[in-house]
Design a protein around this ligand. Structure first.
Ligand code: FES
Ligand code: FES
Length: 161
């Protein structure tokens, strides 16, 4: 076992982990953070996406030992994040989910897109989402919800100027 210290959703935790345990398994099985979903388990679907040191990261491809000294955020830790609140609202209003399996990863990637692009276009969102797989929605409403959130962020910023 290897000792690790991780800032998880803003709280420093110390634990002993198997060197081969993935971050996804650590989050789900050890920490009970089951919003992080596992689909393909080899980096293809994006369902397991979390935030590591501010960057969207596949937790099925990361080992828990690699997170020693780093900051990890899961969807549970982004409940009060203002951009995530807007995204959740737009996903709900715009019917951007069906079974919901891909949704945690989609929301985290959507927040990451909006962090890197102000008012992203449909084309930009489609390009950036190309690594996230959804089996249900056909993507159109997901893309619309992210574009709408980008517009909402821009209009809030304008009204505060
Ligand atoms: S479960 Fe990690 S990318 Fe699919
Ligand atoms: S809503 Fe079912 S997989 Fe995306």
């Amino acid at each position: 076992m290897t000792a690790v210290t991780i800032e998880l959703n803003g709280v420093k935790i110390a634990d002993d982990v198997e060197p081969r345990q993935t971050l996804a398994d650590f989050l789900r099985d050890r920490c009970g953070l089951t919003a992080t979903h596992l689909g393909c388990e080899h980096g293809a679907c994006g369902a397991c996406t979390v935030v590591m040191d501010g960057q969207a990261t596949r937790s099925c491809l990361s080992l828990a030992v690699m997170c020693d000294g780093r900051a990890v955020q899961t969807l549970e830790g982004l409940r009060t994040d203002p951009v995530m609140e807007m995204l959740r609202h737009q996903f709900h209003e715009g019917h951007a989910l069906q079974c919901g399996f891909c949704t945690p990863g989609m929301l985290i990637m959507a927040r990451d897109i909006l962090r890197r692009h102000s008012r992203p276009s449909v084309e930009t969102v489609r390009h950036e989402l190309s690594g996230q797989i959804c089996r249900c929605t056909g993507y159109a409403n997901i893309v619309k919800a992210i574009v709408a959130t980008g517009q909402q962020i821009a209009s809030v910023a304008t009204s505060e100027e």
